[in-house]
Design a protein around this ligand. Structure first.
Ligand code: PLP
Length: 440
């Protein structure tokens, strides 16, 4: 209650705007996941690693716009690229040289030759699911319990189901993620358990010759951070290939954040298709699907028409090119690694000092604290995480000048290339303050 009162004292203008917004923006926000308690925060500007709200409060931004902010704010390379393009026209619905350069760069990083662009991660995974079906002539797809792939019908299944609904771990019950999704579509989505080849195999055996493929976050990042166990991704590829089914890596979140070539490069497994979005645009609006010549051949020959008025938009392509050529470079990854390992080490020390039943997981620019003493291997383990402390942690960080994603149990921090050692010190100091309160 004390932290909540402190929050409200400093958020008078945000409060005013929120009250006004309630009459014109549904729920007072522009996306349902912008709602924070006790109220949303209206941001005026961002620079480097910081954001400033409409009340003039400055925060170290570790929210990173739900992980899109690996470049940080107003990065000089992105600003220059966008300025160049904005005066040269922002929309032609025709290809550009920047689009070729972005595709070539992604091909090199992710080891897949052919690319198309979209305007979001949702569109990227929607096209990937359509393509799996178009390429195989099969309708069933498999997704993993606890993975999020955006808000189109086929993947709005078992995203964050309640414990009471999930069924047996070796045969998870598909649970619609939202009202408004027709069962005629979700019935085509089968659900398996992360880090279990057996649960995929059982589905493939049960539905011989009917499964188009699997879409998976190769590093789960919508249930904390759950890494694939050794051999899991390679095993998936072999298993699916044996059944004539395809493998799609949804690297919308992990993409440039986990490393320069995402999970594909980290784990050395090349899927049939990869989906990207978020960080590749350097803060602009973009998604991408890359694939093998064989699967993208269905786009080339027109079997699957992959379209969109704003696909490959010049502003997004200019920003993506700058992101790939000037920001997501080896020096940046060394810096991210240095900051992240410091954050992980110091937060882990605080957890140990106070004997908190928690541990830290990180990969590349992403990290999270899981309030469970045990490692988390899949969504069932994730359900066991103690979520009593998330809101207190979020408020303590916010009142201490650090902005994190509001759902501590599921979301993780994102460090940008513009964060500094001082930013990490503030983050760790706030964590220490929170840990002292909880341990009392
Ligand atoms: N896939 C993953 C793994 C995501 O985390 C998200 C968004 O958080 C999406 C897809 C959807 O992306 P977007 O919000 O750009 O539609």
């Amino acid at each position: 209650a004390g932290q909540e009162r402190l929050f409200l004292t400093h958020q008078a203008r945000s409060r005013e705007l929120y009250q006004r917004a309630l009459y014109s923006l549904a729920g007072g926000v522009t996306s349902s996941w912008q709602i924070t308690r006790p109220q949303p925060i209206f941001i005026e500007k961002g620079h480097g690693s910081k954001i400033i709200d409409v009340d003039g409060n400055e925060y170290v931004d570790l929210h990173g716009g739900y992980g899109a902010g690996v470049a940080g704010h107003a990065h000089p390379a992105i600003v220059t690229a966008v300025q160049r393009q904005v005066t040269a026209g922002t929309h032609f619905a025709q290809p550009s040289e920047d689009a070729i350069i972005v595709a070539e760069n992604l091909a090199e990083r992710f080891g897949l030759p052919l690319w198309r662009f979209t305007n979001s991660g949702t569109e990227a995974t929607m096209d990937a699911v359509h393509l799996m079906r178009a390429a195989t002539g099969r309708e069933l797809i498999i997704k993993i319990e606890g993975c999020y792939h955006g808000h189109h019908d086929s993947v709005q299944v078992s995203v964050a189901p309640d414990e009471a609904d999930v069924g047996a771990i070796d045969d998870p019950t598909p649970v619609p993620a939202s009202a408004g999704i027709p069962s005629a579509i979700t019935d085509l989505t089968l659900v398996a358990t992360f880090n279990s080849l057996g649960s995929i195999e059982a589905i493939l055996e049960r539905h011989q010759g009917k499964v188009a493929g699997l879409i998976i976050e190769p590093i789960m990042m919508n249930a904390g951070i759950i890494k694939p166990e050794p051999g899991y991704l390679k095993g998936l590829k072999e298993l699916l290939a044996r059944h004539g089914s395809l493998l799609v890596f949804d690297e919308v979140k992990s993409g440039l954040a986990a490393g320069p070539g995402g999970a594909v490069r980290l784990y050395g497994v090349r899927p049939d298709l990869v989906c990207l979005a978020k960080a590749i645009g350097g803060g602009l609006i973009v998604g991408a699907v890359g694939g093998s010549s064989e699967i993208m051949g269905r786009v080339v020959d027109g079997t699957y028409e992959m379209v969109g008025t704003f696909n490959g938009n010049p502003l997004s392509m200019a920003a993506s090119r700058a992101m790939l050529e000037e920001v997501a470079i080896p020096e940046s990854y060394s810096w991210l690694e240095a900051l992240q390992s410091r954050a992980v080490r110091e937060i882990s020390d605080i957890i140990a000092k106070h004997a908190l039943p928690a541990h830290v997981v990180s990969i590349g620019a992403k990290g999270c604290v899981s309030f469970s003493p045990n490692p988390v291997r899949n969504y069932r383990d994730f359900l066991k995480i103690d979520d009593r402390f998330n809101h207190l942690h979020w408020l303590t960080q916010l009142n201490g000048g650090v902005f994190l994603p509001p759902w501590g149990k599921t979301e993780q921090w994102t460090i940008s290339v513009q964060h500094t050692d001082d930013d990490i010190s503030l983050f760790v100091d706030n964590f220490s303050c929170f840990a002292t309160t909880v341990a009392r």
